[in-house]
Structure formats: structure tokens, C-alpha cells
Write a protein that binds this ligand. Structure first.
Ligand SMILES: *Cc1c(COP(=O)(O)O)cnc(C)c1O
Length: 358
């Protein structure tokens, strides 16, 4: 069996040990005689799985007791609507636009109230994160996208929002390093980048922000509905939650937690950025202080060479390196599950390609 190094922005690689464990348990989970894919979500076996998954997330992320956790269907994109529907109590909110997903989040929020774009990095094609971020007077919250998956930037420091709750889309950076959850009012993430197979988003919400949704908010879009029912209001994405539990167990027991995960991620990213900085054939457009450690963008001298690069890389088992259609070029997503050997193999190929085509 030949497994490739998959640099996709999402869905993306999962740790091989996790896939093997899922395979071993596929037909008979824990002596139950059933697959997790088949079992009732109301069974005691499944109840233990979902409780364990939430407990592990709380331990790994060090989530304080006054924050609630919920598992939601509809991906991160549904959270773009749920945030304003539940939190926009003043009818106004602040958004920082640093890429495509933050723009989409702001546009969705506009359907429900007044949105202030308090800062944007559009002027330099989203190659940096604005530093001068201030909340407007009447804002219910300030929304950021902490790691910009498409453009390859991240916030080096969080904006100071004072008493205004900070809401962050952390889809492409969650669990990549330690996070001080107490600095946020709400964190949400789609799981398919760093946590599990596709099919779910997780929200971590400070307790006092819950329970203020208007009565007209659909039941399933009210955070309180799902959270009050321990994510069992209706049938949850059972398999996805189970897989997330396995990934978290791997993070806790094999990796040893988020400090070590961050060390490994920094090491991988540094290898790639150091190489990019050492030559002039490939170019990384991002301003240095804002470089993401999860998504690394780069271009070759021409669109034709970009295409050739992706094609030849694929023949070497280095797949999904094509950049997002909005930016072109290449993007290597090097999430938690990308082994350092994958990054080394990519750099070795880049060196060769540079020599042959430079
Ligand atoms: C992938 C991604 C999304 C969209 O996620 P879906 O689950 O496909 O809706 C939103 N925000 C960020 C930062 C992402 O990386």
C-alpha cells in the first residue's frame, strides 16, 4: 500500500495510527458487535464515546469551566450565520476581513444586522494582518479568522477587544498550538482541517453569551438547543465525533499535548520557509510576521510552471499542492497530521524542480 503526502487544505490527512485504530474497530467497536457507523446514538456505548470526546477536547485545549462545547452540523459556513443569530444582541457587530472566509462571515452577518468592517488587509491582497483593530461603540462582538487558509496568514497576536467578546474562526489552526480560551467569547472550527473527517463544526462558547437568541431563530441554529442537550438534541454526526475522539486521544497520549504539537508544527513550517527564503525561484507572498504555520503559499515564475510543478509533484506522491483558485500558485497545507518526512520530501522535490526549470 502506497500512501501519498496529501497537502490538501481540507479535508486533509489524519494520523495513520488513528486510521489504523478506526480500521481495527470498524466492524466491532469495543466488543459491542457493531460498528460506530451503525449504533444508536442513544446507546450507552455511544454515550461513552461522545462524553469521552468532549472531555478530551476540554483537557487538550484546557477549556475553562465557564465555557460550553457543542458539536454542530453544517460545517464552519453554518457558524457564519449562527454567530450573529445568537450573539448580535445589539444589532451590530465588528468584523475584520483578512481573506475569503472572513469576508464570507461578514457578508452572512450583514443579513442579520449592521456589520462594521473595522479593518481589512485587502489593500495588499491579504498578505498581512492589520494591527490597528478597534471595536465600534455598540458592537456585540468582534469577529476574526485567526488563520487564513487560502492566503497563508495568521494573527501573530490577538486584537485587544476589551469588554467586547472576541469571536474567532479557528478552522485551520485549532489544536495546532496551545490556545488561551479565556481570551475569546466564542471559538468555532470546522473539523476537517486538523481534527477529524469532514461533517461537523465545534463551537466553544462562554456561558454568559448563551440564551440571548431571538425566539424566531430556528431551533437547530440556536447554540443553546444543541449545547443544553449535550450535542444530542437530534442525531449527531456519530462517526465524526468518534474519529475526533481518536485524534484527541492520539494528541494526548502519542504526541503529548499541544506544546509538543506546536514544537513539531513550528519545526515543519520553519523547514519550508527557510528553504523558500534561501532561493529566488519560488516566492512566498506573505509578509514575514504573519506567516501561517499551517498553510504555506508559494508561486513559481509563471502559471505554466506552477501547473507543471503540481503535475510532477503528484507523480511523486505529493498531492493537492494547487493553490486556491482565488490566488493561484501553490499551497502546502501542513496540518498536525502531516509528518515532517512529507515536508522534507516536498522540499527535495522543490530543489530539483528549481534546478531543472530555473
Ligand atoms: C475551511 C474553512 C471554512 C469553511 O469550512 P466548511 O466546513 O467547508 O464550511 C471556514 N473558515 C476557515 C478558516 C476554513 O479554513
Amino acid at each position: 500500500m502506497a500512501r501519498v503526502y496529501n497537502f490538501s487544505a481540507g479535508p486533509s490527512m489524519l494520523p495513520q495510527a488513528v486510521l489504523e485504530r478506526a480500521r481495527d474497530e470498524l466492524l466491532d467497536y469495543g466488543g459491542s458487535g457493531q460498528s460506530v457507523m451503525e449504533m444508536s446514538h442513544r446507546s450507552s456505548v455511544y454515550d461513552a464515546i461522545i462524553r469521552d470526546t468532549e472531555a478530551r477536547l476540554r483537557r487538550v485545549l484546557k477549556i475553562p469551566d465557564n465555557y460550553k462545547v457543542g458539536f454542530f452540523q453544517g460545517g464552519a459556513s453554518t457558524q457564519f450565520a449562527m454567530v450573529p443569530l445568537n450573539l448580535m444582541t445589539t444589532g451590530e457587530a465588528d468584523y475584520v476581513v483578512t481573506g475569503n472566509f472572513s469576508k464570507k462571515a461578514a457578508e452572512e452577518a450583514q443579513k442579520f444586522g449592521k456589520v462594521h468592517i473595522v479593518a481589512s488587509s485587502k489593500d495588499r491582497n491579504f498578505t498581512y494582518i492589520p494591527s490597528d483593530i478597534h471595536c465600534t461603540e455598540n458592537a456585540s462582538y468582534l469577529h476574526i479568522c485567526e488563520n487564513n487558509t487560502i492566503f497563508g496568514t495568521r494573527y501573530p497576536v490577538l486584537p485587544d477587544t476589551g469588554e467586547v467578546p472576541l469571536v474567532a474562526d479557528m478552522s485551520s489552526c485549532i489544536l495546532s498550538r496551545p490556545t488561551d480560551v479565556s481570551k475569546y467569547g466564542l471559538i468555532y472550527f470546522g473539523v476537517q482541517k486538523n481534527v477529524a473527517p469532514a461533517g461537523m463544526a465545534v463551537a466553544v462558547v462562554r456561558e454568559d453569551l448563551l440564551g440571548h437568541a431571538a425566539p424566531t431563530v430556528p431551533t437547530m441554529l440556536n447554540y443553546k438547543t444543541i449545547i443544553d442537550a449535550d450535542s444530542m438534541y437530534n442525531t449527531p454526526p456519530c462517526w465524526c465525533i468518534y474519529m475526533m475522539g481518536l485524534v484527541l486521544q492520539y494528541l494526548e497520549e502519542e504526541v503529548g499535548g499541544l506544546d509538543e504539537m506546536e514544537r513539531r508544527n513550528n519545526e515543519k513550517a520553519a523547514l519550508l520557509y527557510d528553504y523558500l527564503d534561501s532561493q529566488s525561484f519560488f516566492n512566498n507572498p506573505v509578509e514575514k510576521p504573519f506567516r501561517s504555520i499551517m498553510n504555506v503559499t508559494f508561486t513559481s515564475p509563471s502559471a505554466e510552471l506552477d501547473k507543471k510543478f503540481c503535475k510532477e509533484a503528484e507523480q511523486r506522491g505529493l498531492v493537492n499542492l494547487k493553490g486556491h483558485r482565488l490566488v493561484g500558485g501553490m499551497r502546502a497545507s501542513i496540518y498536525n497530521a502531516m509528518p515532517i518526512e512529507g515536508v522534507r520530501a516536498l522540499i527535495a522535490f522543490m530543489r530539483e524542480f528549481e534546478k531543472e526549470n530555473g
